[in-house]
Design a protein around this ligand. Structure first.
Ligand code: SAM
Length: 305
């Protein structure tokens, strides 16, 4: 039942958002205010103090700034049918800012948020992992499996920036549009990059890999699926191979904002990742957790001692 408190909560939030929208979006000095507002909204929704109807009328207050023209609108509307598609991730990588005056400031705000910075940091994390692996094993060529490759930007950049290293890669993604988009990045390249359109739940490799990498996928799976997938892919590592799986941590600064745009993930802290990794890999493997500088995107590493 809708109470007076419900209505007051919703009206207060709408008023604050409306003000920001009328001024053309948040300025840098407003960033803390929106963060606080999102935390309030999330907490109230979780405590049942905002109804679905309230949340919908609060979102309406954003107007065009919650349309596909903006990062936040794209995240909320999910034009590809699911959260975290290749296009929104690529918009983060390329620092996409809408030229529409009603949207520009919202995009600047979102692009500066911890989650977007963390996603961009994935690329350097990947490049570092590959370089360290090659150097440690004194290799200049490796076989890589990229699970849920999306726009495949990290691999394309690595290949372009490191002509002395040779990666032969298999990239698996469920979305044919993601594959078509990623493929054109390698069209003029001599690199051996093969794209496979498949659900990773049903994908079985035909040969082993030195590195198995997956970012932006495992946090969509529950613990059972997470463990099963790790157990399934470990046997496809070479004897010195390493599996690296990304997962957003819990209690990160963009959590309430992600609630606003209905982007829900299974957040996992380092202890949870370690436990899942150890349970899935068993005693014959070393398991550790790394993180990018924002400390939002964690990475579970599994390899033989
Ligand atoms: C958040 S993006 C991550 C892309 C890329 N790994 C990156 O970090 O830039 C998630 C990708 O996972 C793909 N995906 C989601 N579920 C999948 C599944 N079950 N099997 C294969 N790909 C999947 C989506 O199509 C999307 O391209």
């Amino acid at each position: 039942m809708k109470t007076v408190t419900h209505t007051r909560n919703a009206e207060n939030l709408k008023q604050e958002i409306g003000q920001l929208v009328r001024q053309g979006g948040p300025n840098v000095q407003d960033y803390q205010q929106i963060d606080n507002l999102m935390i309030r909204m999330s907490n109230q929704a979780r405590a049942g103090l905002l109804s679905a109807e309230d949340l919908s009328s609060i979102r309406t207050e954003f107007g065009v700034s919650l349309s596909n023209k903006t990062m936040q609108g794209f995240m909320f509307n999910k034009p590809h049918g699911y959260a975290g598609d290749f296009e929104i991730i690529e918009r983060m990588y390329t620092w996409h800012i809408s030229p529409d005056q009603q949207c520009t400031k919202w995009d600047l705000f979102v692009q500066n948020h911890a989650a977007c910075r963390a996603v961009r940091n994935r690329k350097s994390y990947f490049k570092e992992v590959v370089k360290v692996y090659m150097e440690r094993h004194n290799r200049t060529d490796i076989r890589l499996l990229n699970l849920a490759s999306g726009p495949c930007t990290e691999l394309a950049e690595f290949i372009q920036e490191n002509p002395a290293f040779h990666i032969s890669a298999d990239c698996v993604d469920l979305d044919s549009n993601a594959i078509a988009y990623a493929k054109q990045k390698f069209s003029g390249s001599t690199a051996h990059v093969r794209f496979i359109q498949k659900n990773i739940l049903r994908f079985a490799p035909d040969s082993p890999y030195d590195l198995i990498w997956s970012a932006g996928l495992f946090d969509y799976f529950n613990d059972r699926q997470f463990g099963q997938l790790i157990s399934r892919f470990i046997p496809y590592l070479t004897s010195k191979g390493e599996l690296i799986v990304g997962n957003f941590t819990d209690n990160h600064p963009s959590q309430s904002y992600m609630d606003l745009v209905n982007w829900s993930l299974n957040y996992r802290n380092p202890e949870q990742l370690l436990r899942l990794g150890q349970e899935a890999a068993g005693d014959n493997y070393n398991v550790r957790v790394g993180q990018e500088p924002e400390k939002v995107n964690l990475f579970l590493h599994i390899q033989r001692p």
